[in-house]
Design a binder for this molecule. Structure first.
Ligand code: KIV
Length: 271
């Protein structure tokens, strides 16, 4: 296997990819069935994101999902993708209290969830302390700045970040996350020009979502790119397949065949 084809195994591989100017592709997954499909694709890493609160659990935000639930889903993903690089998101309430709580939650996610790395939103002082402590202890941490969905209650909704009034704060946070030891970070809904400038300048890969094409990689929510929920489409999402339409079509066909008596046929029956 050539150097270029090597899968991401360790945090250091992410930095090496950036040095080689090779973009990193990440998608979310929340269960074994989808993780298995992602693992046989050319996607580089799986994020068990707290978006599962909305996408899988049906909540209106990422606030309700608990750490226990995140770990439960990380375990499913690990079973479906035993060799994948899996990142486990720390949910709201599992790291905001203080550094000790953040470290305990991260270690649980690694030990019980079986993930290769954890992700935390934000760059408050205790989060940076926790990142320093965890990386020194051998737990790779991915940062997350720009839009931070766990703080929308105070920051006023799902707004694009990096415009004049928020650019300095975003840059300070990104640099602090690098200094604390993050091996990579998510930029969510950051103005493209700012995301491109910082991606060129920062020493670790910036994985963008809604942040333009100039970052070191992209992440999308799996259910969004597969078109599983067709009730809403955000500007930054591209639907690569209309799975909602395909599933509805298949279910209707099944229903019609049952009603007509066409299913099961002899080939699906036992004599
Ligand atoms: O939870 C999630 O899916 C995320 C991505 C949007 C980056 O954090």
């Amino acid at each position: 296997m050539s150097e270029a084809e090597k899968p991401l195994r360790y945090a250091a591989d992410w930095i090496a990819r950036k040095k080689q100017s090779r973009r990193i592709v990440v998608v979310t997954a929340y269960d074994a069935a989808f993780a298995r499909l992602v693992a046989r694709s050319r996607v580089d890493a799986i994020l068990v994101g707290d978006s599962l609160s909305m996408v899988v659990q049906g909540h209106r935000s990422t606030i309700p999902v608990t750490l226990d639930e995140m770990i439960y889903h990380a375990q499913m993903v690990r079973r479906g993708a035993p060799d994948a690089f899996v990142i486990g998101d720390l949910s709201f309430g599992s790291f905001q209290k203080n550094m000790d709580q953040a470290i305990e939650s991260a270690i649980r996610m690694v030990k019980e969830g079986g993930v290769n790395a954890v992700k935390m939103e934000g760059a408050e002082a205790h989060v940076l302390d926790a990142i320093r402590h965890l990386t020194a202890a051998g737990v790779p941490v991915m940062g997350h700045t720009g839009l931070k969905p766990q703080t929308v209650m105070t920051t006023g909704g799902y707004r694009v970040q990096g415009r004049s009034e928020t650019e300095k704060k975003l840059e300070d946070e990104a640099r602090a996350l690098c200094q604390a030891g993050c091996f990579a970070m998510i930029f969510e809904l950051v103005v493209s020009a700012v995301a491109t400038r910082l991606s060129k300048d920062l020493p670790v890969p910036v994985i963008g979502i809604g942040s333009g094409a100039g970052t070191d990689g992209q992440v999308l929510v799996l259910h969004d790119l597969l078109g599983i929920d067709d009730s809403f489409q955000a500007r930054h999402v591209k639907r690569y397949v209309d799975l909602a339409g395909l599933v509805t079509g298949a279910l209707n066909e099944f229903g019609d065949e049952v009603r007509r008596g066409d299913f099961p046929g002899d080939e699906h029956s036992f004599s």
